[in-house]
Design a protein around this ligand. Structure first.
Ligand SMILES: N[C@@H](CCC(=O)N[C@@H](CS)C(=O)NCC(=O)O)C(=O)O
Length: 201
């Protein structure tokens, strides 16, 4: 199978970390949907990454669909089979993806020329981020579905989102503001699956 995506995308990193944690082999086709000559629309009509291309050419997107599929393949399981435990794992993944969505919305808005930026829109996304960081810190500290020694899907998704925030919106300082997140992040980033998928400087 082939993964299409960029090394800076938090959603792509989530998939790469899961592939590494499960020990699954894949080919990485490095592509950004923002390049003028991008080939991503060949794989996803929405021109977004990640896309997982199966051996018969079928394409899977978005990242939540890909993680659900990968979890059915051999290796350790990251999504419980059923019930509220399964819903919790998917919810925690949605929290991570939502943090990435809000961060990317700010990042893209700030790329517009200053007079065209909407401060109210940026503030709305920032409110989501602040509330999500508080919720994540609480979940990690409680250790019910995240924050345990063996990372769950939510740890992977939220970890990738927070490391992306640090990379693109470093002024957020989530490590300084949430001690629970600092120690949790330090544990995650020591794992080979995270260390080997750091975005390029
Ligand atoms: N919900 C999607 C989000 C994917 C996404 O927005 N990827 C970004 C890269 S970080 C992208 O390709 N953006 C291009 C665009 O929005 O046109 C997922 O989880 O896969």
């Amino acid at each position: 199978m082939k993964l299409v995506g960029s090394k800076t995308s938090p959603y792509v990193r989530k998939v790469r970390v899961l592939l590494a944690e499960k020990g699954l082999a894949f080919e990485f086709l490095e592509e950004s949907s923002w390049n003028a000559d991008t080939t991503v629309p060949r794989y996803n009509p929405l021109n977004k990454v990640p896309v997982l291309v199966l051996d018969d050419g079928e394409c899977l997107y978005d990242s939540g669909v890909i993680t659900e599929y990968l979890d059915t393949l051999p290796g350790p399981r990251f999504i419980p089979a059923s019930g509220v435990e399964r819903a919790r794992a998917r919810r925690d993944e949605a929290l991570g993806d939502g943090i990435a969505d809000a961060g990317i919305a700010i990042f893209l808005e700030r790329k517009r020329e200053a007079v065209r930026q909407d401060p109210a829109w940026i503030a709305r996304q920032r409110d989501k981020l602040q509330a999500a960081l508080v919720a994540l810190a609480g979940s990690v500290a409680a250790g019910v579905s995240m924050g345990r020694a063996q990372p769950a899907l939510g740890d992977i998704a939220c970890g990738c989102a927070l490391f992306w925030l640090e990379f693109r919106l470093p002024e957020l300082q989530w490590r300084a503001e949430h001690a629970a997140l600092r120690s949790w992040a330090e544990r995650l980033e020591k794992r080979p699956a995270f260390a080997s998928t750091r975005p390029p400087a």
